[in-house]
Design a protein around this ligand. Structure first.
Ligand code: CDP
Length: 205
């Protein structure tokens, strides 16, 4: 198969875990687009500057995403930064980065250079970045279910994680509308295997 499969959805809807397993089952790479926004947010933290300022500095930096069968490695100016991308500090800065059109265009260009086939997850993969994709999915779940899933990953209290998710839903809402031709899956009452199964049922390689 030489297809692009898009899996979009809000924070902690399970899109990255689902994308990874679907890709494994199909024997193709997966790409997590959020990592690129997270890497730009990390640049703000490392250089102690605003999203507006980092936008001006982007041409001076080199950002690369390397898919491996089990994870995505992100390199910033040749240094691997993957481990530093999933902190609450990055969570707090990333939406301010992601609302800036020039930064979105920069990330989209990095993504469009990756040769298919692959499964890609994010917010606007099906609607904006890969509108021609043959298979598009949009995962949803209640904020409470999503917070519960994320608590062990962040090592923070449920209420802290829930309010961060609600804040980011609001901040990201413009780029988070499902593509009109996406298949919408409510994952609130499904486990990971259940969601992967539903996605694979729609794919005919
Ligand atoms: O699952 P979670 O939203 O926590 O993480 P993510 O997919 O790594 O995305 C992190 C942030 O990047 C989101 O909150 C959005 O602000 C932004 N993002 C975006 O705007 N567009 C995308 N395609 C992917 C991520």
């Amino acid at each position: 198969m030489n297809e692009v499969i898009t899996i979009d959805g809000p924070s902690a809807s399970g899109k990255t875990s689902v994308a990874k397993l679907v890709a494994q089952r199909l024997g193709i790479p997966y790409i997590s687009s959020g990592l690129l926004y997270r890497a730009v947010a990390l640049m703000c933290l490392l250089e102690n500057v605003s999203a507006e300022e980092i936008e001006k500095r982007l041409p001076k930096h080199r950002l690369e995403l390397q898919p491996t069968p089990t994870q995505n490695l992100v390199f910033l100016d040749g240094h691997e930064v993957s481990e530093a991308l999933h902190s609450l500090e990055v969570d707090q800065v990333v939406s301010a980065v992601a609302v800036r059109p020039a930064i979105r265009e920069y990330v989209n260009q990095v993504l469009r250079r990756i040769p298919p086939p692959f499964v890609v997850d994010g917010r606007d993969m099906g609607s904006t970045v890969f509108p021609q994709a043959r298979y598009k999915f949009y995962l949803t779940a209640t904020p409470e279910v999503r917070a519960q899933r994320r608590v062990p990953e962040r090592g923070a209290a449920f209420d802290t994680v829930l309010s961060e998710i609600i804040r980011r839903d609001e901040a990201d809402k413009h780029q988070s509308a499902p593509a009109r031709d996406a298949i919408i899956l409510d994952t609130s009452y499904l486990d990971l295997d259940g969601v992967v199964q539903r996605v694979l049922e729609h794919i005919h390689p």
